[in-house]
Design a protein around this ligand. Structure first.
Ligand SMILES: *Cc1c(COP(=O)(O)O)cnc(C)c1O
Length: 388
């Protein structure tokens, strides 16, 4: 009973990837175990490091993004964290955009406070100007596109060129890994929260770090092992199951978000819609140049006359939009943000916006897969009740 047949049945074929659950992975003999101990990355050594299911997902993601190597992490945030630990040590400096994903800021600030790292935030629209901020201590330049919540599109190739050999890491979770080619733009490390579109079902947490350079991959892998980070094959299976529909889902999301964003853009309650496909989105020209499409997360800045309590009531009374973090699934979401409290390097609202004192509270919308007319009607009904 405790010693079943453990080889894979011959002749069985199906589309889904088999789930290989394992903590222990077996070596054929002691000599093979000794041989594995001499290698930095043996193919099968322990379930934490690799299983065929994990390997299949990692290879597909690397291929999808035009990279060569991929490491899977238990969340998008742990993919960020691994990258910081692998690229920086005490005394080193990271340059990060002012609109970076909030937990990245918190993480980098924690390392600065307790572990001797230095962090400098830059205006996300600085482009090649980032080069002038580089000091002898700078070891990593962080890029996020579009920027979290405020959606600015940085000039990625200009920043990558200005890095002059300093490592660049780019979080482009918004693209689902499909709408931009990170390595062709000159980036070294590509970060995705697979939790979002790759999962697509609001039920799995995972992150990926994709690279082209073998030595860089080895460095990241070493730190991943030191930190004991790994993912379950079951979770990999869920992502593998969603990948074949990713491109089709993204197109459906894009269509819905564009419909809602266009509608909001015409409304008198809205000061400005921040959607990469609109010319008024900072860095829109970079979107035109670097992207093959849009996904479905965007923001709308309401007029100043609607204060926090009315915006909160507007969000509370949306029926199709849930209130909660994360996104990428079938269900729409909405959240209010206090942007000035999240910034330290770039002013908000941007200095070149007309009548910027009219710019009020920002609401981030995520469009799921509900029908666009239903989403628009939902926003209309709650606006009619609360934003008058
Ligand atoms: C959600 C998100 C992450 C973190 O992903 P988790 O899996 O929730 O940890 C990182 N970066 C960006 C841009 C995100 O939107």
């Amino acid at each position: 009973m405790t010693h079943p047949r453990i080889d894979i049945p011959e002749g069985f074929r199906a589309f889904p990837t088999a789930v290989s659950r394992a903590s222990t992975t077996l070596f054929p003999n002691v000599a093979a175990l000794r041989e594995a101990e001499t290698q930095s990355d043996p193919l099968w050594s322990y379930g934490l490091n690799s299983t065929p299911t994990q390997m299949e997902l990692a290879q597909r993601l690397a291929q999808m993004e035009g990279g060569a190597h991929c490491l899977l992490l238990p969340s998008g945030l742990s993919a960020i964290s691994l990258t910081l630990f692998a690229c920086l040590k005490a005394g080193d400096e990271i340059l990060a955009p002012d609109n970076a994903y909030g937990p990245l800021r918190t993480h980098a600030n924690w390392l600065a406070r307790d572990y001797g790292l230095q962090v400098r935030y830059y205006d996300p629209m600085l482009g090649a100007g980032v080069g002038a901020l580089i000091s002898p201590q700078t070891k990593l330049i962080w890029i996020e596109t579009p920027g979290s919540v405020t959606m600015e599109l940085p000039d990625v190739p200009a920043i990558a060129a200005a890095a002059r050999g300093i490592l660049t890491a780019m979080d482009h979770t918004w693209t689902g890994g499909l709408l931009i080619r990170p390595f062709e733009l000159g980036v070294d490390i590509s970060i995705q929260a697979l939790t979002k579109y790759q999962s697509g079902a609001s039920d799995v947490l995972m992150g990926s770090v994709v690279t082209r350079d073998a030595a860089l991959h080895t460095r990241l892998l070493k730190i991943r092992k030191l930190l004991g980070l790994g993912v379950s094959s079951d979770d990999c299976y869920f992502i593998l199951r969603s990948l074949p529909t990713l491109a089709a889902r993204l197109r459906a999301h894009e269509e819905r978000a564009l419909a809602l964003a266009q509608w909001l853009r015409e409304r008198p309650e809205v000061y400005r819609v921040l959607h990469p496909a609109f010319p008024e989105c900072p860095g829109h020209v970079n979107w035109l140049r670097d992207y093959s499409g849009a996904s479905s997360l965007f923001s709308a800045v309401f007029h100043q006359r609607f204060g926090q309590s009315r915006i909160d009531a507007f969000i509370d009374d949306l029926r199709l939009f849930g209130i909660g973090y994360s996104w990428g699934g079938a269900h729409s979401l909405a959240l209010p943000y206090d942007i000035p409290a999240m910034r330290s390097a770039a002013s908000w609202p941007p200095a070149d916006w007309p009548a910027r004192e009219d710019a009020g509270i920002l609401v981030r919308f995520y469009c799921g897969l509900e029908d666009a007319p239903d989403l628009i009607e939902d926003v209309r009904q709650s606006m009619a009740r609360h934003l008058v």
